[in-house]
Design a binder for this molecule. Structure first.
Ligand code: T3D
Length: 266
C-alpha cells in the first residue's frame, strides 16, 4: 500500500509529505508511526541539513482523524469515554518533542488547510510558509477540546493573548495572508510558488551553520521563561560551545577572504 509519508531528497534537504489526501492528511496512529520514523531517519542522517514538512493533495493536515475508533466517542448509552490523554501521550507529544528537537531546521510548507493538531504541528516548525489559499483553523473547541500538540504554548507566544484567545475560542478559519499579518507564520506566498519557495528556503538553511541554527531555536524557546541575567548567561554558554566549532572558524575565514563559506558541522 501507498506510504502515508512520502520522503524525497534534494541535496541536503529532506522533504516529508503527509500522504492521506482523501482525509486531508489527518492523523491515524499509522500516519503518526510513519512520520515519527521518517523524522528519526532524517535526524540520524548527517547528510540531511534541513527538513521540509508538507501535505499531499489540497490540504496540509486536518489534525486527528475523527473517524479513528480509538478517539471517536462511542455514542451508545453508557459507553465508556475514550482516553484522549493516552493518545496525546503516546503519539502527539512525542511527535511535537521530536520536531522541536530536530538537529536541523524544519520548514513547514502549508499547502492547504491546517486544522486542529495539523495547525499546531505546522506552527511548531521553525519557519512556516503557506500558500495564499491555505488556512489555519483552531478546530478544537468546536468539538469540545482544547488546542493540543503545543497549541496552548505556541499561540500566545506567536500572536499574543488577545489573538490567541480569539483564534482558539472561536475556531474560525484564518487565511494565510492574515496568519502572516498577525505574525502566526513567517510568510504567505502564491500557491504555485509554495513548493519551490520552500525548497529554496530549505536549501538556504541547509547551507548555513546547522549548530548555530538549532542552538538559536533552543535558546529562543528557553529564553521565554528566563530572566535577563539568566538569558545572558545562557548565551555565554552557547557561544562558548559554538565558538569552538569549525563552522565558526570557517565563517570568519570566509568573511575575511571575501568568499562564500562552506559549513560542514551538523
Ligand atoms: O487525543 C486525541 O486524539 C484528540 C486529538 C485531537 C487533536 C485534533 O486535531 S482535534 C481537531 C480535529 N480536526 C478537526 O476537527 C477538523 C475536522 N475537519 C474539518 O473541519 C474540515 O474537514 C476542514 C475545515 C479541515 C476542511 O473542510 P473542507 O470543506 O475543505 O473539506 P471536507 O469536505 O470537510 O473534508 C474532505 C474529506 O476529508 C472529507 O471526507 P469525504 O467526505 O470526502 O470522504 C472529510 O470527512 C475528511 N476529513 C477532514 N478532516 C478530517 C477528515 N476525516 C477524518 N478526520 C478529520 N479530522
Amino acid at each position: 500500500s501507498e506510504p502515508l509519508v512520502l520522503a524525497s531528497r534534494s541535496g541536503a534537504v529532506q522533504t516529508l509529505t503527509l500522504n492521506r489526501p482523501a482525509a486531508l492528511n489527518s492523523f491515524t496512529t499509522e500516519l503518526h508511526a510513519q512520520l515519527l520514523a521518517a523524522l528519526e531517519v532524517a535526524a540520524a542522517d548527517t547528510n540531511v541539513r534541513c527538513v521540509v514538512l508538507t501535505g499531499a493533495g489540497r490540504g496540509f493536515c486536518a489534525g486527528q482523524d475523527l473517524a479513528d475508533p480509538a478517539v471517536a466517542p462511542d455514542t451508545a448509552p453508557g459507553a465508556a469515554a475514550k482516553d484522549l490523554g493516552d493518545v496525546i501521550e503516546r503519539w502527539y507529544a512525542p511527535l511535537c518533542l521530536r520536531l522541536r528537537s530536530m538537529p536541523v531546521p524544519v520548514v513547514a510548507a502549508v499547502n492547504g488547510v491546517a486544522a486542529g493538531a495539523g495547525a499546531s504541528i505546522a506552527l511548531g516548525c521553525d519557519l512556516v510558509l503557506a500558500g495564499r489559499s491555505a488556512s489555519f483553523i483552531q478546530a478544537f473547541t468546536k468539538i469540545g477540546l482544547l488546542p493540543d500538540s503545543g497549541g496552548t504554548w505556541l499561540l500566545p507566544r506567536l500572536v499574543g493573548r488577545a489573538n490567541a484567545l480569539g483564534l482558539a475560542l472561536l475556531g474560525d478559519k484564518l487565511s494565510a495572508e492574515d496568519a502572516q499579518r498577525i505574525g502566526l507564520i513567517w510568510r504567505c506566498v502564491e500557491d504555485d510558488a509554495l513548493a519551490e519557495e520552500a525548497q529554496t528556503l530549505a536549501q538556504r538553511l541547509a547551507a548555513m551553520p546547522t549548530q548555530a541554527l538549532v542552538t538559536t531555536r533552543a535558546a529562543l524557546d528557553a529564553a521565554l521563561t528566563l530572566d535577563w541575567p539568566t538569558a545572558l548567561a545562557q548565551e555565554a554558554v552557547h557561544q562558548r560551545r559554538l565558538g569552538q566549532a569549525s563552522d565558526y572558524r570557517e565563517g570568519v575565514l570566509a568573511f575575511t577572504e571575501k568568499r562564500p563559506p562552506q559549513f560542514t558541522d551538523r
